[in-house]
Each structure stands twice: as structure tokens, then as C-alpha cells.
Write a protein that binds this ligand. Structure first.
Ligand SMILES: C[S@@+](CC[C@H](N)C(=O)[O-])C[C@H]1O[C@@H](n2cnc3c(N)ncnc32)[C@H](O)[C@@H]1O
Length: 286
């Protein structure tokens, strides 16, 4: 991947533009899918609130032993990834961190880097970002960051590492539906650590019933995630209920029963009854 100057490239781009959100944060809009990343609180606030603080990343890096593996699904403009690197650097004696970022459209990160002055969090990591773009890898003592470039749905099956923590941040299901299916989550579940291997948890901004059901169907335990910005809920999933902050509860089950949008995107009409039975059984075990 050829390197780019951080300062000389034009701000205008056919696919992306720098925007100010309604909350006054600087972010990037994908003009084709018409979505603003980390809207409205902005990349740095949302990355830290939703993926870093909520997952207690600093404590887990400080406390545990052995390599800690993060899957960063949808590297995009790298706010979540840089928040994780920044968190690791803030922990004096942390366990080794390996972050694996998945992305099929590297142009977004190039565009963000070309406009690096708009994103203060890029500051200490510009060399890391350039190395990742040029070679697909960057490291410093205690940290390895690897890029998996291509379609996540193809790459994940061959992934040699298994995750302790997953940042799940594709575009919304409206424009990126294949990433929100139970088939996709099942692939991810297969590469997530069981409790006996340290466990794994996944964070995502969606709170949609059908997506929570897709996660359950894929074998995850599912709970409420903390609010961010205008979202009064997000979602946490894990390979054990014991890792959940707030498991789905009876009020959620009642909403599920009433919902007209309760099935995963890849659920066929003839399979809906078995999904209802699966959710009822899952919630009975809760
Ligand atoms: C909302 S943006 C990610 C923002 C990013 N996490 C950040 O912190 O800046 C979603 C990203 O997911 C990527 N993506 C969507 N579907 C994908 C797939 N099937 N494989 C790999 N990347 C995908 C998109 O190309 C896009 O860059």
C-alpha cells in the first residue's frame, strides 16, 4: 500500500467528507451510504465510551496474563483502534496486546489520515497508522497491530487468533446488512474465547431486537450495553453470561414477544417459530 503525505492531499473526496455533527464533533460522512461515523458525539468520545471504558480495557490489560487479543471489526477511520492503542499506552505494565483490525475499504483511513489535522487523536499514532496502511502491520514493545484487508465474512474463517474483546462497528444494517446476520455472528463466535480460555465480550452500538436475537442464535449471551450520545442503550454480548454487565431480562422478553422486527436478517419465514422457541428457552435459562 503506497504511503501518503498527511498534509498535502486535498480535503475533497468522491466518497467521504469531513462534517461537524449536530453535537459539534468533527467526523466523516460516507457520501454513498450517507452515514456519519460515530454520530453525533464524534469518533473519540464514542470510541472511548462504547468500546474502551465499557469493556474495562485498561483494567484487563493491567490485571491479566498472556496475550490479550482484540478484534476491531470495521477499522474505518481507526478511532476505536487508536482508542485501544492509547489505552494500552496509558497502562504502565500491561500484558501483551494484539489487535487485529478488519477492513475492506482502506480509502476511508487514507482520507482520514490526509485530514489528520481534524482528528487530534491521530497525533501520537500517525506513524503507526502509516505503517499499518503501508505494510499491514505495526508494533512496539508490548503491542502488535495487524490489518486483515478484505471482506470480513471471507477472512474471519481463516483468522488464526481468537478474540478476548470485539469492537463490532460496521455501517448500520440498512446499508451493511450482511454483517448483522446470525451467520456472521456465528463466524465471530467461533473465533471468540470460551470462558475456560479467558472469555470474550463484544460491544456494538446497535440495540435492535433482531440483532440481539441474531447474537443469541449465534451462541452468544446478550445484555444491555451502556448508553452513548443519543442512543439510550447499546449491546454487549459475551461467551458467558457471567461476563455480562446487565443480561437481557423479562421486560426485554416482553418487548421481543410484541416486536414485529424480532427476527435476524437471515432468518427464513419457515424458521421463525424455531427462533421464537430458541429465544424463549434462552431467556428461561437466564
Ligand atoms: C462505521 S465504519 C467504522 C468506523 C471505525 N470503527 C472507526 O472507529 O472509525 C464501518 C466500517 O466497516 C467496514 N466494513 C463494512 N462491512 C465490511 C466487511 N464485510 N468487511 C470488512 N469491512 C467492512 C466499512 O468499510 C467501514 O469502513
Amino acid at each position: 500500500m503506497p504511503g501518503r503525505s498527511l498534509l498535502s492531499a486535498p480535503v475533497s473526496h468522491p466518497l467521504f467528507e469531513i462534517v461537524t455533527t449536530t453535537a459539534g464533533a468533527v467526523s466523516i460522512r460516507n457520501k454513498i451510504v450517507n452515514e456519519i461515523m460515530h454520530n453525533p458525539v464524534g469518533p473519540w468520545v464514542e470510541a472511548n465510551a462504547l468500546y474502551i471504558h465499557q469493556s474495562r480495557l485498561a483494567e484487563r490489560l493491567a490485571e491479566g496474563e498472556g496475550e490479550f487479543v482484540i478484534f476491531d471489526v470495521g477499522l474505518g477511520a481507526a478511532a476505536n483502534a487508536i482508542a485501544a492503542l492509547s489505552c494500552a499506552r496509558s497502562v504502565p505494565h500491561h500484558r501483551p496486546l494484539r489487535m487485529v483490525s478488519f477492513e475492506r475499504e482502506m480509502e476511508l483511513l487514507r482520507f482520514a489520515l490526509d485530514n489528520a489535522e481534524a482528528f487530534a487523536h491521530f497525533g501520537p499514532f500517525q506513524q503507526a497508522l502509516s505503517a499499518l496502511l503501508e505494510t499491514g502491520r505495526w508494533s512496539e514493545p508490548g503491542i502488535v497491530w495487524e490489518l486483515r484487508e478484505g471482506d470480513f465474512l471471507d477472512l474471519i474463517d481463516a483468522e488464526p487468533h481468537r478474540a478476548h474483546l470485539i469492537f463490532f462497528d460496521p455501517y448500520s444494517p440498512k446499508v451493511n446488512q450482511d454483517m448483522w446476520t446470525s451467520a456472521c455472528f456465528a463466524k465471530l463466535r467461533a473465533k471468540s474465547r470460551d470462558l475456560s480460555e479467558g472469555g470474550a465480550d463484544l460491544y456494538t452500538y446497535s440495540q435492535a431486537t433482531g440483532i440481539r436475537v441474531a447474537l443469541i442464535k449465534a451462541g452468544f449471551d446478550v445484555g444491555y450495553g451502556l448508553p452513548t450520545g443519543l442512543k439510550h442503550q447499546t449491546t454487549q454480548a459475551a461467551t458467558s453470561r457471567s461476563l455480562l454487565r446487565a443480561p437481557l431480562d423479562q421486560p426485554w422478553l416482553e418487548r421481543y414477544r410484541r416486536s414485529h422486527l424480532r427476527y435476524p436478517y437471515d432468518c427464513r419465514a419457515e424458521d421463525q417459530a424455531s427462533v421464537d422457541a430458541l429465544v424463549e428457552a434462552y431467556m428461561t435459562r437466564a
